[in-house]
Design a protein around this ligand. Structure first.
Ligand code: MD6
Ligand code: FE
Length: 208
């Protein structure tokens, strides 16, 4: 069956983070994007506010049983969009990537959708709002390339950087599950996938 997923794909290892370059071919990226447009139409992007009251430069929404949320009260997963509607279902095109690279038995509870305009970035952070760190977090990049920085499990550990391109998949699992990571900057205009420019990053998580 032709899935647009690279069978037997080889991964790069960036401080324990596995990166599958161009895992999704351009038609698979376009199919994923069409499904994400429907998710964003049902659950509009919003700008979360950090517990320190700073608006994040990345806009977010989600699909699945939970979405990730942040405001003055802290970081947490919530069962509905801030507008009160349930989050849309995670598209099958997205689940297929999880099934191929992580598990066919347990599906993720959350597909976080992050949209980066050309000036957006994401500070160094750990993903630690989930209950069971035995499950990895899988990320899919679409659109403009982004400079991804990965360190260790302590904020002061040395870091290494890698440009994530459209169709790349990254997995934070095993000893790297709690590695600090972030996005320093985009390379505007490096992809033509998104008509409006910028980048979409999906992260798939088992939450509880
Ligand atoms: C991004 N990614 O690529 C930010 N988190 O835009 C993440 O924060 C991330 O790539 C958990 C696992 C993989 C990731
Ligand atoms: Fe993260």
């Amino acid at each position: 069956m032709k899935t647009g997923l690279s069978a037997g794909a080889r991964a790069l290892n960036l401080r324990g983070v596995l990166i599958y370059p161009a895992y999704l071919d351009p038609p698979a990226q376009a199919a994923l994007l069409a499904d994400l447009r429907a998710v964003i139409a049902a659950a509009p992007l919003f700008a979360p506010v950090t517990p320190g009251a700073k608006p994040m430069s990345v806009r977010m929404t989600a699909a699945g049983r939970y979405g990730w949320f942040s405001d003055r009260a802290g970081y947490r997963y919530i069962p509905t969009h801030p507008d009160g509607q349930p989050w849309p279902a995670i598209p099958e095109t997205v689940l297929a990537v999880w099934r191929a690279l992580v598990s066919a038995e347990r599906m993720p509870d959350c597909c976080l959708v992050n949209y980066y305009g050309e000036a957006a970035r994401m500070g160094l952070h750990q993903d630690r709002d989930e209950a069971d760190f035995a499950w990895p977090v899988l990320s899919i990049s679409l659109g403009d390339a982004a400079l991804f920085r990965v360190g260790g499990t302590a904020r002061r550990d040395p870091t290494e950087s890698h440009w994530l391109g459209s169709g790349d998949v990254a997995i934070l699992g095993g000893p790297a599950r709690l590695a600090y990571h972030g996005i320093d900057r985009l390379r505007p205009g490096s992809s033509r996938l998104l008509a409006e420019g910028g980048r979409i990053n999906l992260t798939l998580r088992v939450v509880d």
